[in-house]
Design a protein around this ligand. Sequence first.
Ligand code: HEM
Length: 257
Amino acid sequence: MSHKFSRRAFAVLTAAAISTSAFATTAPSAIAEPVSNVATADDSSVATSENSLDWGFKASWRTYVTGPWTGGTVDATGGATVNEDGTYNFTLGTGSNYDVDTEKGQLNYEGTVAFASDAHGFNITLSNPQITVEGDTATLSAELSDNAAPEETSTTRVDVAEFELTAPEVSETDADITYTWTDASGTFLETLQPEELSRYAGQEADALSFSITVDKASENPSDDVATGSSSSFLSTILNFLQQLASPLLKLFGSLSS
Ligand code: HEM
């Protein structure tokens, strides 16, 4: 009987210890100080539709396409637009997420940029880029033409380039936090297609700029842990409980073995 009790108590205390540690506030290595108030160990958060992606692919390619010898065109549609500096802007699409604690996320963008030249005989489309963030690395994939020939319209999603992320700029409102990465430097990957563009593999890609807005409400279902003062009060109590539980856990562990 006592054996049975001690095993149950052990299980309950273990659960208590796990749930208290789940409230520990951890600041991601790449993220600046204010985050620690709100970045609890809850699951992923949702980026808002206000965030978008700015990327130019590669400046020399853009110059080449519309240059006098190539006489080509760039057509941005379906959520993509051409910025004043000639780079492209893609709208954030659905299903995007970012977990502040693990620094992992996937951002789905919408839009197509078509590069076409009658003189050089190509029509290459780049559509719906996605950024996969893992700590200090961001991999950009996109649906790219399988073949440069204008009559070939099939596309395949491939990894296009990999970028190095430094600490993002953090801005906070009552409702959310926005992390902004500006001009992350990157390199084209071997998987780049079609064949005529694969010459860029290993070369520098245009810099990448994007942001993620984390909704505090979705990040922290409990209002208590979303605000600095009540969060620290709660943390104090939970830390105390955790410290109290630790020797008891050891005691019950040795009794039950
Ligand atoms: C499928 C068709 C073609 C594709 C996809 C293609 C693609 C490319 C790419 C990616 C570059 C490198 C641009 C850079 O970053 O500097 C390039 C350069 C060049 N291409 Fe093409 N090309 C095509 C057809 C042609 C044709 C038909 C000609 C000639 C009539 C041509 C002439 C050139 C020249 C002269 C350069 C060097 C430009 C420079 O260094 O400033 N290309 N091409």
